[in-house]
Design a protein around this ligand. Structure first.
Ligand SMILES: O=P(O)(O)OC[C@H]1O[C@H](OP(=O)(O)OP(=O)(O)O)[C@H](O)[C@@H]1O
Ligand code: HPA
Length: 185
């Protein structure tokens, strides 16, 4: 059990509490449920960061859906994207003719989603949209991605928790916080 109010010593500032997160996910689930009535929804979570968000989001959607996973990596153990997106695990499912919703924990440089949108679009889904929990929409920094569903905007700092890691750590923090720069620099 994480004590109420306890903060990890490597965290500089908590940005979004468990309660904030629950409210955002509930709102996103309602938006998606409204938009995907009568559709053939497939949620595709991008491993590994999106697993926590995916687990919560899928339970807040009340229309029929299928799930699948893709693993891509571009950050490795760094706090900056390598710029090269690599597929580590592909989908098990054929998405042709289905309504795909990509589920991401964070949209930062946009390179991961730019690559995924292009790759998945070539498989001829009926539709393809993005649900991202965090959007670091810093002017001039990002590839042109326009997520339809967004949990919240995020400042241009390296954040961890709620699935987000630095070197595979901190994914299990129940809140999102800014990592102290001395931890990764
Ligand atoms: O918009 P971008 O700059 O491309 O960054 C976003 C991506 O970076 C992280 O993945 P990462 O490669 O660190 O793998 P992980 O999901 O296993 O943490 C995150 O989960 C997103 O997939
Ligand atoms: O701020 C971040 N934190 C963790 N993982 C990330 N991947 C892209 N940006 C981030």
């Amino acid at each position: 059990m994480i004590e109420q109010g306890a903060m990890h010593p490597d965290i500089e500032q908590v940005l979004f509490t468990e309660e904030d997160i629950a409210a955002m996910v509930k709102r996103m689930g309602a938006e998606i449920s409204r938009d995907y009535q009568g559709k053939d929804l497939v949620l595709i979570a991008v491993l590994r960061g999106a697993v926590v968000f995916m687990g919560d989001l899928m339970r807040s959607i009340d229309v029929p859906l299928a799930i699948d996973f893709m693993a891509v990596s571009s950050y490795g153990d760094k706090a900056k994207s390598s710029g090269v997106v690599r597929i580590v695990k592909d989908l098990d499912m054929d998405i042709k003719g289905r309504d795909v919703l990509i589920v991401e924990d964070i949209l930062d440089s946009g390179l991961t989603l730019k690559y995924l949108m292009k790759n998945l679009s070539s498989r001829n889904p009926a539709s393809i949209e993005v649900a991202t929990f965090l959007w670091k929409d810093v002017e001039g920094k990002q590839a042109a991605i326009n997520p339809k569903y967004v949990g919240t905007h995020c400042p241009d700092a390296f954040v961890v928790g709620y699935g987000l890691d630095f070197a595979e750590r901190y994914r299990n923090l129940p809140y999102v916080g800014i990592l102290k720069p001395e931890v990764y620099s």
